[in-house]
Design a protein around this ligand. Sequence first.
Ligand SMILES: [Zn+2]
Length: 331
Amino acid sequence: MKKLAISGIILLSFFFLGCPADKKVDDPQCMDTEKSRSLYKLTGKDSIKRCGTMNLLEKHLIKNTKLKSKMDTIEKQCQAFIALSKSGKITDLDTITIPIVVHVIYSKTEENICNQQILSQVEVLNQDFSKTNKDIDQIPQEFKNSASDINIRFSLDSIIRVSSTRTEWGTGDSMKFSSNGGSDGIDPTKHLNIWVCNIGNGILGYAQFPGDAIATDGIVISPQFFGTEGFISPPFDKGRTATHEVGHWLNLRHIWGDGNCAVDDFVEDTPSSDGPNFGCPDYPTIRCESNNMTMNYMDYVDDNCMYMFTNGQKNRMRATFANGGPRESFL
Ligand SMILES: [Zn+2]
């Protein structure tokens, strides 16, 4: 589908009115936020799996035997960039702006989220990646100097809406292809494609790491965990699922490195950990004999209990845009 600027969407909706095609460009009515908060509030009984990214990576590594060496090459480039940055041999890039394409694939009315809900998510990404989030003052003193302005901005390029009879999409990437009733990614070398559709099985979202197949590059989030208003489900109603998944998309690992105390997330200034934290942990929470950084976006805590990336995570993310990096084409 031809790209449509957000400013043109309302105008074009008149053109598409009455059009029987599956793909619609319009702005559905926003769901009442407070009503959604009470109707869709999740409790401890709900089996929630915050992120399906590592599970997907394991599957892709088995399916694609070349992926491991590709990711190793990206890791070498990343470490070389960090070493050069530290030695002052390269100066950091300016602010990087990433155009976003949002594919809304829905089978229920509430899943066809309104433009305002999508814009509320873009706003959260812009705050979280520029250290202007309102909850930044909650960072404990010992981690304050590690908190980083990633200096990345996001702009909404276009919204694509696809009506479907499919009620759950899982993590198999079928939502990324119109041939499966989903929506094809728009030039992933220049856009961050975000598919908003019901993943199911309690999974909030998942991402694909740099280096994996280009046709499926991007992130996927269930609609009720996207943005801060409209159809939202507390306690994942602050737009942090997207912040977490974009972190993966820019080569960040989970804060505990998906292993025991000895397994690293390849970031120097995140304390060792041996597993995810949930809910809203007390500070300090001690794991692996140190105070855990439970408030990092790459942990599994509730949305209002995560509010920082570190300087080390910034280096990893910005390395993807450097010379020879997997996201270089965005500049
Ligand atoms: Zn994750």
